[in-house]
Design a protein around this ligand. Structure first.
Ligand code: 6PG
Length: 232
C-alpha cells in the first residue's frame, strides 16, 4: 500500500477545495481519453461539495457533457426518497449540470430482486472507473461495505447486495475489486468525530475487514482539520 495523499483544509474551505480537486480530476480524464466515468458517494459529507461543483466556476469549467455518472452504493428506497443517494445527488449536483440523462446510471436498489439489480448494474459499470468518490463512516465503512461484511471477501462480482447496520439497511454496493480497479479514488471526510478512525485507517495495520475504507488507503484523502485530528 502506498502512502496516502492527504489534503487537509480549514472546515470553511472543505467544499471548495474538494470541488476544485474533483473538477481537475474529471477534466484530466476528459482531456486524456475524451470522457470520464465518475462514481458518486452517498451520505452527507459530499453534499456541500456537490453543491459547489454545481455552481460557478465548476458548472462551466468541467466538460460535464463528457461525464458518465455512477454510484458506489444505494439504499433500497425509491429515487425520490430523501434517503436515496441518487435522489440526493440529483438535487445537489446532477439537475444543475449539462450531463445527458442517458449518461446517469443510478443503482436500482429498490427493485424487488436486488440480486438481479446488482448483476445488471455490474454489467453497465465500466471495467475501470476514472474517478471514484467515497465517504467514510465513523466505524470505517465506505460505500456500503461495513466492518465484517461478507461483501469484503468478494473477489469477482463488482456489485453485490448487503444488509448493513446503518438504516436504510438493504443496499447495493460496489465491492473491493471495483475499488481496486478505479484509476483514482478520493475519500472525503469531515468532523472531529471521525478523527480517531481516520488515524487508524491511515496509520494503523492494514485490516480492511475491520476498516473497509482502508481499501482506499492509497487514494487521495481530503480532510478538514478536525477529521485530520488537528486542533482548530
Ligand atoms: C451511504 C454512503 C456511506 C457514507 C458514509 C459517510 O450510502 O451511506 O455511501 O458510505 O459515505 O456513511 O456518511 P456521512 O458523510 O453522512 O457521514
Amino acid at each position: 500500500m502506498g502512502e496516502a495523499a492527504r489534503i487537509v483544509v480549514d472546515p470553511g474551505e472543505f467544499a471548495g477545495a474538494a470541488a476544485a480537486w474533483i473538477a481537475e480530476a474529471i477534466n484530466h480524464a476528459v482531456a486524456a481519453q475524451g470522457s470520464c466515468a465518475l462514481a458518486l458517494a452517498g451520505g452527507s459529507t459530499p453534499q456541500p461539495v456537490y453543491r459547489a461543483l454545481a455552481r460557478p466556476p465548476y458548472d462551466q469549467a468541467v466538460v460535464w457533457e463528457r461525464v458518465r455518472v455512477y454510484f458506489g452504493d444505494e439504499r433500497a428506497v425509491p429515487p425520490d426518497s430523501p434517503d436515496s443517494n441518487f435522489g440526493t445527488a440529483r438535487e445537489s449536483l446532477l439537475r444543475h449540470l449539462a450531463i445527458p440523462e442517458k449518461q446517469i446510471f443510478r443503482m436500482e436498489a429498490e427493485r424487488a430482486d436486488r440480486e438481479v439489480a446488482a448483476a445488471e448494474y455490474a454489467r453497465l459499470l465500466p471495467q475501470r472507473l476514472d474517478l471514484l468518490i467515497l465517504g467514510m463512516g465513523p466505524d470505517g465503512h465506505t460505500a456500503s461495505l461495513f466492518p465484517g461484511s461478507p461483501a469484503l471477501d468478494e473477489k469477482e462480482r463488482r456489485v453485490v447486495t448487503v444488509i448493513g447496520p446503518k438504516p436504510p439497511a438493504a443496499r447495493l454496493t460496489i465491492t473491493p475489486p471495483t475499488i481496486a480497479a478505479a484509476e483514482q479514488t478520493v475519500v472525503l471526510v469531515t468532523g472531529g468525530d471521525k478523527a480517531a478512525t481516520v488515524e487508524r485507517v491511515l496509520r494503523g495495520p492494514f485490516a480492511p475487514k475491520d476498516l473497509p475504507v482502508q481499501l482506499a488507503r492509497s487514494g487521495t484523502w481530503i480532510l478538514d482539520k478536525a477529521a485530520a485530528g488537528l486542533a482548530e
